[in-house]
Design a protein around this ligand. Structure first.
Ligand code: KIV
Length: 264
C-alpha cells in the first residue's frame, strides 16, 4: 500500500508517528521504503552530502528533478517529497514551473522553505493540484540572512511570529509543516495551534513525524553532527537496512528524538 497525504493525516488523527528520511537515488530509495519509512524527502541537502558544497544554495531545480526521478524509480510505496531549491519560489511563475518539473519527475508533494509570505504561493500550488509542505524555523537556504545555522524562535516575538506564520500557511492550504531547530516549548505551542501534520527535525518528540538526512543518521557526513542527529549505524553494527529499520521503529515508538536531540 502506498503512503499518501491521507496516510499522514490519518497518522496524526490516530496519534501514530510517521517517519521521513532523505534519499537521492534509486538504490537508497528502495532500502528506505523497504524499511517502512513513510516518506522520502529529496532534499536540497543533496548539495552538501552529494555535491560537496558548503550550503544548499547552489542546488538547482534540474538537480532536484533528476534526483526525484531516480528516487521514484527505486521507491516501493513511500510518499516522495521534493525540495524547492533556493529562490525557486521567489515568484509565482517560478514556483509553478519548478513544481511542474518536480511533480512530473515523480514527486507527490513539494516542500518550500520560508515563512508566512509563502501563503499566496501555497494557495496557487494547491489550486493546481500540488500538495505543499512548508519548512519553517531554521530554513537552511536563508543561512546568510540568519548569519549561521541558528535555532529559531528563541525570543517571545519570533516564537509568536512562527506560530502566526504556521496558522496563515495552514489557512492558505499547506498540507504539512516542517519545523527545523525550534525550541521544544515553542514547537509544543505550534502543535497545539495547527491541525495539519507537523514534521520535526531538532524540534520536539511531540511532532507528528520526524525527518533526518540519510547520511547523518548513517554517520557518514563529515564533521561534527548537529545536536538533533542520532547515528543509527552504531547500534545496527554497520548494517544499513537494520539502521533504517531502527530509525523507523524509534520514530514510531517515540524513543527518537530524545531530549538530548531537542533545544530548550
Ligand atoms: O534538504 C533537506 O534534507 C531538508 C531536511 C534537513 C529537512 O530540508
Amino acid at each position: 500500500m502506498s503512503v499518501t497525504i491521507r496516510t499522514l493525516q490519518q497518522c496524526k488523527a490516530e496519534g501514530r508517528k510517521f517517519s521521513v528520511l532523505t534519499a537521492y537515488d534509486a538504490c537508497f530509495a528502495t532500502q528506505v521504503s523497504n524499511a517502512g519509512i513513510d516518506a522520502i524527502l529529496v532534499g536540497d541537502s543533496l548539495g552538501m552530502v552529494l555535491q560537496g558544497h558548503d550550503s544548499t544554495l547552489p542546488v538547482t531545480v534540474a538537480d532536484i528533478a533528476y534526483h526525484t526521478a531516480c528516487v521514484a524509480r527505486g521507491n516501493q510505496g513511500s510518499l516522495i517529497m521534493a525540495d524547492m531549491p533556493f529562490m525557486g519560489a521567489a515568484t509565482l511563475e517560478g514556483a509553478l514551473a519548478a513544481s511542474q518539473a518536480l511533480m512530473q519527475a515523480g514527486a507527490h508533494m513539494v516542500k518550500l522553505e520560508g515563512a508566512g509570505w509563502l501563503a499566496d504561493t501555497v494557495t496557487t500550488l494547491r489550486r493546481n493540484g500540488v500538495p505543499v509542505c512548508v519548512h519553517l524555523g531554521l530554513t537552511p537556504q536563508s543561512v546568510n540572512a540568519f548569519g549561521g545555522y541558528r535555532v529559531q524562535g528563541r525570543e517571545d516575538d519570533s516564537a509568536q511570529r512562527l506560530i502566526d506564520d504556521a496558522l496563515a500557511l495552514e489557512a492558505a492550504g499547506a498540507d504539512v509543516l516542517l519545523l527545523e531547530c525550534v525550541p521544544r516549548a515553542v514547537t509544543q505551542r505550534l502543535l497545539a495551534a495547527v491541525s495539519v501534520p507537523v514534521i520535526g527535525i531538532g524540534a520536539a518528540p511531540e511532532c507528528d513525524g520526524q525527518v533526518l538526512v540519510l547520511h547523518d543518521m548513517l554517520g557518514i557526513t563529515p564533521g561534527k553532527p548537529a545536536r538533533f542527529v542520532k547515528n543509527f549505524m552504531i547500534e545496527a553494527g554497520g548494517d544499513i537496512a537494520a539502521a533504517l529499520r531502527a530509525y523507523d521503529t524509534a520514530v514510531k515508538n517515540g524513543s527518537f528524538p530524545g531530549p538530548e536531540h531537542c533545544f530548550s
